[in-house]
Design a protein around this ligand. Structure first.
Ligand SMILES: [Zn+2]
Length: 121
């Protein structure tokens, strides 16, 4: 399952960051999802919650922000945000483009708790 692998990488990053910040608990994780990745938010949430169990990320809220596709036309250099499935250039109508954004999954921010005793099951 695609979302499981994403959640795994995500939690790894979160744990690393939390460690650097001496966090006792992670309360909220915000992630930016490029729409090119075709992530199913519900599936990612379930995978994330399952993998977070038993770690300091357990019970954290996962905020998912969708990032639109940005493409750049190689013919006329215009940058545009096409709807998924129709990636051709709106200016010269060529389908000769590079994806410059919307193809990544980025951990944007973490809300951590550094005090002991704030955990809840
Ligand atoms: Zn063009």
């Amino acid at each position: 399952m695609h979302e499981m692998a994403i959640a795994e990488a995500l939690i790894e990053q979160v744990l690393e960051l939390a460690r650097q910040n001496n966090a006792e608990k992670v309360c909220e994780v915000e992630v930016s999802l490029g729409v090119m990745r075709l992530v199913v938010p519900e599936a990612l949430e379930v995978a994330f919650a399952a993998l977070a169990e038993g770690t300091i990320v357990q019970g954290a809220t996962l905020a998912q922000v969708e990032k639109p596709i940005t493409a750049r036309c190689r013919q006329c250099s215009v940058e545009y945000q096409p709807p998924p499935g129709d990636l051709q250039c709106p200016q010269c109508h060529q389908a000769d483009y590079v994806i410059v954004d919307g193809d990544e999954i980025i951990l944007k921010s973490l809300v951590c708790d550094t005090e002991k005793g704030a955990t809840q099951q």
